[in-house]
Design a protein around this ligand. Sequence first.
Ligand code: NA7
Length: 539
Amino acid sequence: MAGNQSTELDVLIVGAGFAGVYQLHQLRKRGFNVRIVDAAATLGGIWYWNCYPGARVDTHVPMYEFSDEELWRDWNWTERFPDWAELREYFSYVDKKWDLSKDISFDTRVTGAEFDEASNQWLVKTDDGATTRAKSVVYCTGFAAKSYTPDFEGLEDFQGVCHHTAHWPQEGLDFTGKKVGIIGTGASGVQVAQVAGATADQLTVFQRTPILALAMQQEKLDVATQGEMKKEYPARYKRRNESSGGFDFPELTKSALEVSDEERNATFEDAWSRGGFSFWSNTFTDILLDMDANQTAYDFWRSKVHGRVTDPATAETLAPKVAPHPFGVKRPSLEQNYFELFNQGNVAVVDLKATPLEKITANGVHIDGEELEFDILVMATGFDAVTGGLIQIDIKGTRGETLKQHWEKGAKTHLGVSVNGFPNMLLVYGPQSPSGFCNGPSCAEIQGDWIVRALEDMREQEIVRYEATAEAENTWTEHVNMIGEMTMFPKADSWYMGANIPGKPRQILNYPGGVQLYMEQCNEAAKEGYKGFVLDKFK
Ligand code: NA7
């Protein structure tokens, strides 16, 4: 690893997004000898890689930032849903305030790690050829560290420009006057389309599953407004810590089925006008639990879309009568003018379910026996989410087994933080923790604090090796699956279920019971002397 470094660390952190940065700051304050390694050239995690035009966060200010007053006091955003460039500026600001970079190795990818039983240390290999010893490794790789590009026939023959949204050229790419094809209609596809549609000669959006995109209700923010808002920040951050998804939404009390049509509609309208994820998670208690309640949300959403798209057939493609899956069990995206795009003469949607993509050619995309020509193809095809970023690293545990092998039939962890056979290894924002169901910075802090305390406890008690038992791992996996079965998430083929990657085991990848219930169990385990872990003292 380049830079000012020690080759033997207390803790090596992989990843410099919200989770990793928080770990570095907190652990260093507590006297740990700690360092981050990140493959990117700057801080920011996914906001380094996802710099495609239109990339922005779907979480409103001030939820998508750290709750440390030392930071928010002097920081002001320009928009309610900031874009990638402003998020990078934020990270650079945090870097200066917390003095982080001196302990980060940038442009360095962790390629492998092997546990050395003799020293109870990890030997971590990086792509600069170095090996670093660390007593503990904390993986903060996020849920979207490994992109996914489908194995389209002929993709390598395409002669135009082709990028996955997560590998966008840092210098940018201009769509003006170009023929642009976007494959995928998740959050990334929607965001690129909104920008491309403004200047492209022709934009074609290839849709496999309609995205149930919600009104963002973007707003410009000025300093004076934020000055007023900041009076409420402490209460709002407290609220986010007490909520199930790491947001500051008010508590829900009513079922969608117990109210009159008028009241239900008024509640939906209110959430819609508040924007962001309000309509997803802050209308009625049973939207994600009861199919009839769920249908009312879908119908409302569909009527909003049909009100905005002039051609009825196009509106039906974008928002069909029969819901593609229950509302909200696949992650909705936020949109600003996504649906109006399809009223423009230069924008079209292709329904891949009706006319499958046959192959990619030198000039474009073959569909229904016809070739559509493109200058630029955008792969907005998502990620091998949650587990992919971890198992792409050659992590070898005590049985000679790699993490990839250990998770061959599905991820298994104890409390979403520890894996049997992989001692002294902790995961923040990992599988079977709330991660994908929780606002990132909230989880980085809430779960992150538990990890920091665990590392402190191990140090205080002179524990040199800690590891989840196989039994605890199985119990937690059964528990997560059991809660998952009680929800409607298994009803959709989503990345939440690992179902977007061919061959990936289908399982609910994140803890769906809410952050509160999750933390209660983590805290209980810690109180009981790290129940479910085997702890070995220095002899
Ligand atoms: P997503 O949400 O996983 O979206 C990927 C999109 O790509 C989605 O519309 C997929 O259709 C589509 N896709 C995937 N494979 C194919 C193939 N083979 N053919 C056609 N279309 C395909 O990724 P994003 O990057 O948009 O967002 C990821 C997360 O980042 C998001 O949830 C936020 O948390 C931020 P499908 O729906 O599977 O039919």
